[in-house]
Design a protein around this ligand. Structure first.
Ligand code: FAD
Length: 452
């Protein structure tokens, strides 16, 4: 049923413009929903949708640890926005400002002038960034773990450091190269640590000069528990498993400084490391600070249970950028995770459609069901709907769950092919760090040519 509001719009010939800021979980899934529910309006031109993101793909972040470990190709952990959203205009670049009163966003393309884009409805879906602290040396010595770029750079770095250690005679150089530090024991940190440690265990079979006991993997965690997403019992079990694998867990410990890779921790320890991964929490995308939209005390966009932005019209938000009240747990907010983001996106899409049609909006309601985590090949931990699994069954559940969630059949098939190939052939353990500096060789050649 086309509402009077939409009939009016068609008569006016002024299409309603929906602008989505961010093409991650919320951006992609809400646009997919709108593409379906507003099919007719998109066809007759009464509605148009624009999605803005610096990247032309959505990253399926839960697969980043497996991409870092080389079990999944980096290209297969992302979904191409233009192919998945043919009815949506994709603009690559950043939104640097939102002026909701004037209904405009400032769009910064990678090249050329920034420009104002007008909208009727805005969706804030810009996610989160790493929450860092003013720790001396952190900015220069550490790397985050939120993007494909970071995951693959980390993989290349870890493997290149094995090459470095194998080729060095200096004990200090070897020790520094073979010491790996992860700060933060949530699912991103623990999965990254466990998958990468598992990969190095496989890789050192080809390095006769490196023994397992030469590798030092250290987790620094400020609280007294890890992996809170799977509950205290399974978190404790995971800690034991990691310790059995020789991983050092520094609990209730803070990173104090890491200048030049010299790690100093609050328990008085001091050691050199060439790899420091920071996964100690997230905060909303900084774009929220350049808007006239209301923020809560944690700096998230103040959002209602219907995923509208509190106190304003024509504005919606969800995912890591938004403070969404958890109606299943009064007084609390939905945690920043994919489980909520993907479900919120569907409700958000339906609510925009209802808003445009002048219909009633729905509340977002989902009770957190627990989580699954991969801890390396054939190892995992899970606590879902109260069912607790350890080891191989949990790992199998982790893979099947995420396979069912990764967007598009195309990606699912490619991921299964990656996993199947790694069943029959050993995973690749070569560093392609060179691709981060593709012009070095050519520049050196050009310089040597000048000398002749
Ligand atoms: C390693 C890792 C593992 C994880 N594993 C799990 C898991 O197992 N289970 C789980 O539930 N959750 C997991 N999560 C969390 C989950 O991935 C996030 O909660 C989810 O991605 C949030 O979705 P979102 O749409 O809010 O943000 P995102 O998916 O991060 O998308 C935000 C998008 O906005 C874009 N953007 C940012 N700023 C701007 C701007 N100014 N202009 C335009 N675009 C912008 C970004 O480029 C990005 O594409 C994991 C996260 C990580 C990092």
């Amino acid at each position: 049923m086309v509402s009077q509001a939409l009939e009016g719009i068609v008569a006016d010939r002024k299409p309603q413009h929906i602008v989505i800021v961010g093409g991650g979980y919320v951006g992609l899934y809400s646009a997919l929903r709108l593409q379906r529910t507003l099919r007719r309006e998109l066809r007759d031109g009464s509605v148009r949708i624009t999605l803005i993101d610096p990247q032309s793909y959505m990253t399926y972040q839960p697969f980043l640890p497996e991409a870092a470990a080389g079990n999944i190709s980096p290209r297969h952990v992302v979904a191409p926005l233009r192919r998945v959203l043919p009815k949506v205009r994709i603009l690559n670049g950043r939104v640097s400002k939102v002026h909701h009163e004037a209904r405009t966003v400032t769009f910064e393309p990678p090249a050329g002038q920034s420009r104002e884009i007008e909208y009727d409805v805005i969706v804030m879906a810009a996610g989160s960034i790493s929450r860092t602290l003013p720790i001396p040396g952190l900015e220069d010595a550490a790397i985050g773990f939120k993007s494909v770029g970071e995951a693959i750079a980390l993989r290349n770095r870890v493997l290149a450091l094995l090459d470095r250690a194998e080729s060095a005679e200096d004990e200090d150089v070897r020790r520094r190269a073979l010491t790996f530090v992860v700060v933060g024991g949530g699912f991103a940190g623990i999965e990254a640590l466990a998958e990468l440690e598992d990969m190095t265990e496989d890789a050192i079979k080809y390095y006769p000069g490196i023994d397992k006991k030469d590798l030092r993997w250290v987790l620094i965690e400020a609280s007294n528990r890890i992996l809170p997403e799977v509950g205290p019992e399974m978190g404790e079990w995971t800690a034991e498993q990691l310790r059995e694998r020789g991983i050092e867990l520094k609990m209730e410990t803070f990173l104090q400084s890491c200048e030049g890779g010299l790690v100093k921790t609050s328990d008085g320890d001091e050691f050199e490391s060439a790899t420091i991964v920071w996964t100690a929490g997230v905060k909303p995308s900084p774009v929220v600070n350049s808007t006239d939209l209301p923020l809560d005390e944690r700096g998230r966009i103040k959002t209602t249970t219907r995923l509208t932005i509190a106190g304003v019209k024509g504005a919606f938000a969800a995912g890591d950028v938004a403070g969404v009240p958890d109606v299943t747990n009064p007084g609390q907010f939905c945690a920043p995770n994919a489980q909520h983001a993907v479900r919120q996106a569907r409700v958000l899409g339906d609510n925009i459609t209802a808003y445009l049609r002048g219909e009633e909006l729905k509340d977002y309601r989902h009770k957190y069901v627990g989580s699954v985590a991969g801890l390396g090949l054939h190892r995992g931990v899970a606590n879902v709907y109260g069912i607790k699994l350890r080891g191989l069954p949990a790992w199998f559940m982790h893979r099947t769950y995420h396979l069912s969630r990764v967007p598009t059949v195309n990606r699912k098939v490619r991921v299964v092919m990656d996993w199947t190939l790694s069943l029959f052939f050993k995973r690749e353990t070569i560093s392609l760090g060179e691709i981060e500096h593709p012009r070095d060789e050519f520049r050196a050649a050009a310089k040597s040519g000048l000398k002749r």
